[in-house]
Design a protein. Structure first.
Lengths: 325, 325
C-alpha cells in the first residue's frame, strides 16, 4: 500500500524512520517520511495510509487525500482530536494501543512503591536537607483499585498482582479478569473506594470518564489511601484532590497527566503536599515506541487487506478503541 | 527460658511488647520488658536470653548476667557492636536476619524503577516548577548486579528477576542461585561492572566489605549505570560516587545508608546531582518488624533447646551471620 509517515518535530520521542520498519514491509509497501506540511501535501493525492503523530494531525486538515482509508495515530488516547467531525466516513481511525503497556506497568508499580515508601515526604525532606525517619509499609497484601481496564490497565493489574497486591478492576461492565480479585462496573466504584489503599487511573478521556474521580468519590477513600493517574488529567477533580492532600486527608498522589499540559509554573500542583508531579512520560519507552508502533500498524494493514476488523480501530463515539474489553 | 526484652526509647519502630508474642510463648517462657537500664539490672542476675535493640546494647555493658547465654539483636548488620571483645565466650550473639527481606526487596525495586524513570531529574524539576519531558526506558531486560547475597540480597534477586531483570550476584564464593544468571566471587566484580545497568549493594560492614565499591570499581561502570545502597554506607566510596554523579559520568544513585548517619545538613550529598537520599528506612516494615523479630528469636530458642546450631548465630570474626550462604 501507499503509506506516508508524518512525524512531529521537537517531540520527546524520536521520529519514525525507515530503520523502524522490517525490511520486508519496506519492500512490500511504498513508504515516504516527512515532518513538514509540504511533504504531506506532495504525498496526499496518492496515500492510502497515514501514520501520524496525533498532536500534529490537526495541522494537516482539511485532508485533501481522496485515496486515504486509514489514519494510524501515535497515541492510545485520541481525545485531542475530538470532536471527530473532520473525519470522512470512508477513513478508519486507529490508535496505537499496545505500545505503552509494558512501560506504563513499570511506571505504575514505581508510583505505588514510592507512595508506600513515603517518597513524597522524603523528597521534600531531601530538598530541606532534613533527615527524618518515617514509618512505611509494604505494597504486598495491599488493595489496588484500577479504574480503566484497557491494554494499560490490564498490564498494570498483571504487574501489581505479580508483586503481591490485591487488584480490583473498574470498567464499563462488570466481569472477571485473571489478575483481578473482582471486576466491577463504574456503578461499583463508590462501594470499593473505602477499602482501597491505592487508586490507579488509566482512563481515556470521554464524556463518560470526565470527572469520574470527583470530590464525592475522593471523599470515600480512607485517609491513608493514595492516588495515581496515568490516563487523562480531566478524569480527576484536580482541585478537590489537592485540597484533600494539603489537608492531610489523603496519603499522597503521583500524577503524570493534568487538566492542562504542560503544567504552568503558576500551578499550585507543583507544591501540593505529598504530590509527585511527572511530565506525562509514564507510558513511552523510546527504545521500543517506534518499533511497536510500526508493528501494530502492519498488523492492522494485514487485517485490512484480509477484510478483517482492524484491531486498533478507534470508536469516535465512545472515545476508545473498539476492541477494548 | 528467662527472657528480657530491652527496647530502645525514641526509635522509629515501636517497642516490642507482649502483644508481639504468641500466647503460647508467653506461657512457656518468663518474659520481662523494659527500656531503662534499671529494669535491665533488676533482671540481669536471672536472664538467659536478652532481646535487645542493637543501638543501645552498648549502654548495658559490662554485662553482669551470669546465666545469660543468648543475645538476640534487632538488626541484621551488627557492625555497630564491633569490636566484639565485650562478648563473653559462653554467649551466642544472634542477629534478626530475615526480618528485613520483604521490605528491602520492595525498596530495591522502587529504587531501580525510580532510576529507570529519571526520577532524580524529575524531582529536581518539580522543585523548580519545571515541566520537561525526558526519555526514559524500562527495567525489563536490564542487567542488575547485586553485591551481597544474604537474606536481603537474595530476596532482591527474586523480586528483580520476577520483574524481568537479568541478575548477577556477587558473594564471597562463586556458585549458582535460582534467581541469578551468574553468581561470581568478589574477584569477579571488576569484570561484570562494565556491562552492568544497575548496581545494588546489600553488604554488611566487615573488614572485607569496607570500601568494596571504591573509585576504581565505580570507574568501570558505564555512564548510564546507576547505584543503589541499602547495606552499609562504608562499603561505597561516597566521595568518588558524588564526583562521578556531579560530572554526569553515572546515571544516578539512590542511597539509604551513609558513612555517617544521620546525614548532617552540611553534607554535600543532599544536593548531589541525580542522587536520591532516603533516611535509612529501606528495610524496616513497622507492621511486621516486631512480630518477625520474635518469631526468629523463638525459632532460635527452639534450636538451642534441641542442641542444634542457631540459625541466626552471628560470626563476630567474619561480621556476618554464620548461616549466610
Amino acid at each position: 500500500m501507499r503509506i506516508h509517515v508524518h512525524n512531529m518535530i521537537d517531540g520527546h520521542l524520536d521520529p519514525v524512520t525507515p530503520s523502524d520498519w522490517p525490511e520486508g514491509a519496506l519492500a512490500e509497501h511504498v513508504v515516504t517520511f516527512g515532518s513538514d506540511i509540504e511533504s504531506f501535501r506532495r504525498a496526499a493525492s496518492e496515500i492510502e495510509v497515514l501514520l501520524v503523530s496525533s498532536l500534529v494531525l490537526r495541522d494537516l486538515l482539511p485532508l485533501d487525500a481522496p485515496r486515504l482509508r486509514i489514519i494510524s495515530c501515535m497515541s492510545a488516547g485520541l481525545d485531542m482530536l475530538a470532536p471527530y467531525s473532520w473525519l470522512p466516513a470512508e477513513i478508519s481511525l486507529l490508535n496505537n494501543s499496545g505500545v505503552h503497556s509494558a512501560k506504563a506497568g513499570e511506571y505504575a508499580l514505581m508510583a505505588v512503591l514510592m507512595l508506600a515508601n513515603g517518597m513524597p515526604e522524603i523528597a521534600a525532606n531531601q530538598s530541606r536537607k532534613t533527615w527524618r525517619q518515617i514509618s512505611v509499609g509494604q505494597i504486598a497484601g495491599k488493595r489496588l483499585t484500577i479504574i480503566g481496564l484497557g491494554a494499560i490497565g490490564q498490564e498494570c493489574a498483571r504487574v501489581a498482582k505479580r508483586n503481591g497486591m490485591i487488584v480490583t478492576g473498574i470498567r464499563r461492565s462488570a466481569g472477571i479478569h485473571p489478575d483481578c480479585e473482582a471486576v466491577l462496573s463504574v456503578a461499583g466504584l463508590a462501594q470499593v473506594l473505602p477499602t482501597t489503599d491505592y487508586v490507579l487511573m488509566t482512563l481515556p478521556l470521554t464524556p463518560e470518564t470526565r470527572g469520574m474521580l470527583d470530590e464525592s468519590m475522593l471523599a470515600r477513600l480512607p485517609a491513608h489511601a493514595a492516588v495515581i493517574n496515568i490516563g487523562r488529567g480531566q478524569t480527576i477533580d484536580e482541585t478537590a484532590l489537592c485540597a484533600l492532600l494539603n489537608a492531610g486527608r489523603l496519603g499522597g498522589a503521583v500524577l503524570d497527566v493534568f487538566e492542562n499540559e504542560p503544567l504552568q509554573p503558576s500551578s499550585p500542583l507543583w507544591q501540593t503536599r505529598n504530590l509527585i508531579v511527572t511530565p506525562h512520560m509514564s507510558s513511552d519507552d523510546p527504545a521500543s515506541h517506534n518499533l511497536r508502533t510500526v508493528e501494530i500498524l502492519l498488523d492492522n494493514l494485514a487485517a485490512y487487506v484480509a477484510g478483517l476488523p482492524l484491531p486498533n480501530a478507534f470508536d469516535v463515539v465512545a472515545g476508545t478503541r473498539i476492541a477494548t474489553p
